[in-house]
Design a protein around this ligand. Structure first.
Ligand SMILES: Nc1ncnc2c1ncn2[C@@H]1O[C@H](COP(=O)(O)OP(=O)(O)O)[C@@H](O)[C@H]1O
Ligand SMILES: Cc1cn([C@H]2C[C@H](O)[C@@H](COP(=O)(O)OP(=O)(O)O)O2)c(=O)[nH]c1=O
Length: 237
């Protein structure tokens, strides 16, 4: 029998999100966490956003590579596509939460808050963070995470990793956001403010190469501050 962390089933899995810049190492860290938690006898569900291969995510990817008549010029259009991608994943998310002890998400709602706020600039940050939270959690009904992990890899390191990935996988050309160093730097700053404000859940800020066993302890630890009420406000929003 697997050891179940308190707070896991039957009340539903712990929902833990890995956030960070493009190339920060989210996918790699998520894979390592899945292995570590699995070795502890825990069952882990995993989902990455955007969900490429599905409608809204593919439209978003197309736009970020210059398609869809320039839709990527509109930060709000992009944010709506990403939000609708998550909305369409609600059943899948619920299924994972019922079936597993832990659900790890590689990007979630905070990605939309961070990138969209970074595109619109500091003057509109509070407004856009408020909009994304109200849209996705309150209106679309996406579940609040128990914990959000910010993989705070330095922007230069993340860019280097994203660049070498592009060389290694020719089909993996960097998109508009990945090529925009200023956007990446601004996004990192918004992420740090979201974490500091405990936006929509407790957060932990991690260095570029965090120790996975300690992180696994944190992921299953039911004691950190409970997820705030869905309407609680972070970052002024
Ligand atoms: N801790 C690490 N140390 C060195 N390289 C890493 C590390 N984590 C990821 N990488 C490499 O950096 C690149 C981007 O990692 P990835 O996990 O795909 O990032 P993300 O999912 O955040 O875009 C990959 O080529 C990966 O092998
Ligand atoms: C999931 C999500 C991603 N994004 C951005 C972050 C990335 O720059 C971009 C594409 O997502 P990303 O995870 O980087 O996909 P990939 O690296 O596999 O191409 O979209 C948002 O702006 N909002 C969101 O909700």
């Amino acid at each position: 029998m697997s050891a179940r962390p308190m707070g896991a089933r039957p009340g539903g899995a712990r929902l833990v999100v890995v956030e960070g810049l493009d190339g920060a190492g989210k996918n790699t860290l998520t894979t390592r966490l899945v292995a570590e938690l699995g070795a502890r006898g825990l069952s882990v569900g995993r989902l990455a956003f955007p969900r490429y291969g599905t409608l809204h995510a593919d439209l978003a990817a197309d736009a970020l590579h210059g398609g869809q008549a320039g839709a990527a010029d509109s930060p709000h259009a992009m944010a709506l596509l990403f939000a609708l991608d998550r909305h369409a994943a609600l059943d899948a998310l619920t299924g994972l939460a019922v079936a597993h002890d832990v659900v790890l998400l590689d990007r979630y709602v905070a990605s939309n808050a961070a990138y969209t706020a970074a595109r619109l600039g500091p003057d509109r940050e509070a407004e856009v963070v408020e909009w994304i939270g109200a849209l996705e959690f309150d209106r679309l009904g996406l579940p609040a995470p128990h914990l959000q992990l910010l993989l705070d890899t330095p922007v230069e390191v993340a860019a280097e990793r994203a660049g070498s990935r592009e060389v290694a996988y020719p089909g993996r050309a960097r998109d508009r956001y990945e090529r925009d160093a200023d956007l990446q730097a601004a996004t990192g700053e918004v992420y740090r403010r979201l974490a500091a404000a405990a936006w929509r859940s407790p957060w932990r800020v991690l260095g570029a190469d965090p120790a996975v066993p300690e992180l696994a302890d944190l992921v299953v630890d039911p004691t950190p501050e409970p997820a705030p009420h869905p309407r609680s406000r972070g970052v002024a929003g």
